[in-house]
Design a protein around this ligand. Structure first.
Ligand code: ZN
Length: 136
């Protein structure tokens, strides 16, 4: 189910709590909301739809994936870039990493580990920042 996008910076600056298996419906809502905004948005974090849980949804080269409790284990290749955000007006500069080793849980709470690079890695880093209450 598509959910409304939160734009309150005060709300968005609060860090999210670990996700549990009860949060699987939230992961689906995030995927649905990302699909509804596909023309303007490539990633969402649960607090952007009003749920303070560590869940993100990202467009991974055309495939939308939901990740619970994503954690960057290792990162390399810093670069400066500019990003927009569905919750905020305008674009802002930020530092991202070219390559990240990520671990996360799927909706069945199974752990996965995978290396991401480039654009997908950038989206993941932006959304994990949201989980930590960090805005660009
Ligand atoms: Zn954002």
């Amino acid at each position: 189910m598509e959910r409304a996008i939160v734009t309150s910076r005060l709300a968005l600056r609060m860090p999210s709590e670990p996700a549990t298996e009860q949060d699987a419906p939230v992961a689906q809502d995030l995927l649905d909301t990302l699909a509804a905004h596909a023309n303007e948005c490539v990633g969402l974090a649960a607090n952007m739809v009003g749920v303070r849980k560590r869940i993100i949804a990202v467009d991974d080269n055309g495939t939308r994936r939901a990740m619970l409790n994503p954690e960057i284990m290792e990162k390399s290749g810093p670069y400066e870039t500019e990003e927009g955000c569905l919750s905020l007006p305008g674009r802002r500069g930020t530092t991202r990493y070219q390559s990240i080793m990520l671990r996360w849980q799927d909706a069945d709470m199974a752990w996965h580990e995978q290396r991401f690079s480039g654009w997908t890695a950038q989206i993941i880093q932006h959304e994990i920042d949201h989980c930590n209450g960090i805005l660009i």
